[in-house]
Design a binder for this molecule. Sequence first.
Ligand SMILES: C[S@@+](CC[C@H](N)C(=O)[O-])C[C@H]1O[C@@H](n2cnc3c(N)ncnc32)[C@H](O)[C@@H]1O
Ligand SMILES: [Zn+2]
Length: 405
Amino acid sequence: MLLSFGFPTEKTHEGNATFLVPKLSAFVKEPWEYAPSKAPVFYNPAMELNRDLAVLALQTYQKLTEYDVVACEPLAGCGVRGIRLAKEVHGIDKVVINDINHEAASLAKFNVEFNALNDKILVENEDANLLLSRYAAPRRRFNYVDIDPFGSPAPYMDSAVRALRNNGLIALTATDMAPLCGVHPKACIRKYGGKPLRSEYCHELATRLLLGCLVMQAAKHDIGINPMLSYSQYNYVRTYASIAYGAKSADSSVQSLGFVLHCFSCFHRENQEGLTPSLRQLCPECGKKLHAAGPLWLGSLWNGDFCIKMRDEVSNRDLRNKTKIKHLLSLIIEEANAPITYYAIDKMCDKFNLPVPSLSRIISGLNASGFQASRTHFNFKAVRTQAPASVMRETITRLATGSDL
Ligand SMILES: C[S@@+](CC[C@H](N)C(=O)[O-])C[C@H]1O[C@@H](n2cnc3c(N)ncnc32)[C@H](O)[C@@H]1O
Ligand SMILES: [Zn+2]
């Protein structure tokens, strides 16, 4: 189908929406090319689960607050996310979708009309920060702002926070995993104001760096944050946080910032709270050098009740990713109140030249020794626990060598 867009398109569907997207196969010459970024308008079918979760999170938020939700997606591509929110979230009043790319805004407009949503969705075509600033005045603000950009959401955080009402919900996607996971540390410091670390739990640190940046962007406006759901999938991290107006809330969020110190020699890790602590230099378990990540968010990444309600919400819906989402949310609910950082068991076994015991036996072993322990959605071969590295090594060795049998 060519329609009037001047590039090949095709119809597709996600959730309750049917919409027109660039025909991705027409824009790649080689099989390894990344089709979404070659097309004149962005659409990535692999992010369907990300959009499913946006629907579920906003519905959960709407049910908890009973607001007539006004939402904004300032970097919308073909409009699928905003259209799905308008169609699938009960209690949504209005959605503003926007893209700086004229062809994207035209395609989004077509898709809004195609879904008979003209009365609910307004499509704009300008820079996201300009749009958000236009909506930053009292009584114009949104209940929900979803920042889903190429790469880092950091350039949009300030205006997104300013365009949110008190108790509003912000969603942030970051796909710049190389900076956030410590491959390009300077870029991470520039964008997020915190130092990353290439540790085996770098995806958790990435999420904490993203939230740490949000805390500081919100704090200057006397706004605090409360993370509801954070997760990492494929090549991105995503977080949903509600905001609370007031200097006290902002101070309390800032107090949850600090550093994670890591020993690459024995896997020891520890937290140091505060923005100006004198950081411990040497590992208390093996005496080698400690490496610091931060400042970053040391508070919880999840609100367990919110995640349970999201999982309940999935059951009522006919989503292609239903099973995957239930599995993801169940893992998150399991780890929601568990301590910071996890041990990648395969990496430890590799280093200590041991066979890999089952996670469930490690978790029971740690529980029996009085430590909290759970699986983590960040890494299916890892255990989240506050047990010291030496206890982890002992437990794994005992289980791997059968010396507890
Ligand atoms: C990752 S895509 C968005 C995908 C979309 N949120 C979805 O769920 O399908 C990022 C979009 O941001 C748009 N964009 C880039 N810079 C922008 C800016 N400064 N203001 C508004 N849109 C921008 C791009 O044209 C692109 O369509
Ligand atoms: Zn050590």
